[in-house]
Structures are given as structure tokens and as C-alpha cells.
Design a binder for this molecule. Structure first.
Ligand SMILES: [Zn+2]
Length: 61
């Protein structure tokens, strides 16, 4: 069975899961890859972040 996604795509997707504050705040549609919860970060009232002090940007919990 061949994989559905290229290794390059998986690498890019994984990089987008951390230090992604700018991408999250510019987006209207996010999905949690842990539980599948879908939300709009523009209207979600209680976003929680990791990596608060990382200069690359915060990571959304
Ligand atoms: Zn979740």
C-alpha cells in the first residue's frame, strides 16, 4: 500500500504544527489534529498557547 501523502508534504504539515502563531491568527479555519475539533480562531474565545516566549512564535494548544 502506498502512502496517501508525500514525505515532503508530511514534513511541511508537521512544521506547521509548531510556532504557527502568525498562520493561526491569519486563519478562519483550524482543526485540532489530536481530537479533530474544528474552530475559527477569530471567534474562539479561549485560545491557549505554548512556547509563550519563543521568538519563532507561539504554538496553539
Ligand atoms: Zn483537540
Amino acid at each position: 500500500m502506498s502512502p496517501s501523502y508525500s514525505t515532503e508534504f508530511i514534513d511541511q504539515a508537521h512544521k506547521a504544527t509548531i510556532f504557527h502563531e502568525q498562520e493561526i491568527l491569519a486563519s478562519h479555519h483550524c482543526t485540532c489534529f489530536y481530537c479533530g475539533y474544528q474552530f475559527d480562531p477569530q471567534t474562539e474565545p479561549d485560545l491557549q498557547w505554548w512556547d509563550e516566549t519563543n521568538p519563532k512564535g507561539r504554538t496553539l494548544v
